[in-house]
Design a protein around this ligand. Sequence first.
Ligand SMILES: Cc1ncc(COP(=O)(O)O)c(C=O)c1O
Length: 398
Amino acid sequence: MPKLNENYLKMKENYLFAEIAHRVDKYAKEHPGQKIIRLGIGDVTRPLEAAALKALHEGVDAMAASDTFMGYGPEHGYLFLREAIVAYYASNGVSITPEDVFISDGAKSDTGNITDLFADDNVILIPDPVYPVYVDSNVMSGRRILYIDGNADNDFLPLPDKHIHADIIYLCSPNNPTGAAYTKAQLKAWVDYALENEAVILYDSAYEAYITDPDLPRSIFAIEGAKKCAIEFCSLSKTAGFTGTRLGYTIVPTELTFTASSGETMSLNAMWNRRQTTKFNGTSYIIQHGAAAVFTKEGMAQCRENIRYYQENARMIGQMLTKKGIRFFGGKNSPYIWFECPMGMDSWTFFDYLLDHGQIVGTPGAGFGKNGRNYFRLTSFGLHENTREAMERFDKLF
Ligand SMILES: Cc1ncc(COP(=O)(O)O)c(C=O)c1O
């Protein structure tokens, strides 16, 4: 009989979205004909932009002739795409090299798989509330996790505590679920802490394209010293509607090295390359060709247009919460709006209240950690008309 990874027994059931679906289905069956508006989804709804779509078609056509056919590609990703990403970073004032960039099928795989590079007896620091993948992928390997509280007192942007030592720190900015985004000074505090503790920061910037405030950093590598202590995960999922198409990229600077117990220097870039070349055979040429078009001038302009569409929804939601005197986080530099449940309700009670009385579906904050118990997440990924109607209903409820 195989010995199983019994850490799986310690994992909480991933019941959040299943439970939401169950409650919504039950309500829909009991109230046929009622229009339910879903503002809980973390998935985009707008179709792929024209530039990417055209390039995806070209990629498919290339497969039709033997002189343009592409088989196995480099596990690291095609150079044309890595160079496009380097140029994109440069346009945001951040300098990286193609050797630092690894193409993948998305940020979820990479944030989960990166744990392969680290021993199991590291101390992991994870903010709460949080994108659940960071927690689950470490529980799977039996690692010790310390949580750091995000709450209204710190604007859901926890800062390092110099009395606590951690080896691996997860940060997500702009944050899912809270929508909060770190300033340069706040990120610098984390970089300084990591350098002092010889720790590594695993920085998830999946929502960087939603940052509108020019003073906010769109990459941790905008902070001096970060290349010696950070890995950054990014994705075209929310930037360019690639949630179904799948393309992510991870920046592991060649400068990022640590000393092994033998005294040897180990490069995380070389280790990740070794890991990927062993366990991954690359993202398809077709998708990488489509992704490269996203980084062209035309592609970027089309992305911005889609993002502006979602931002208008976020504005409508924020305007209503302001009218109701409900303090909220996010919405400006993020597609997520996070607020304390009105009338002292906990997040599941509020979920039922909003569904029963307004036929609106959101996401209970309890699904993202204990600090989300009394909070609620709405997203801006719906249609304008549905978001507007949801807010009209909200207006009548409170
Ligand atoms: C913070 C965060 N990181 C990563 C992901 C996953 O991105 P991808 O679609 O590239 O796997 C998500 C998706 O919702 C997310 O919210």
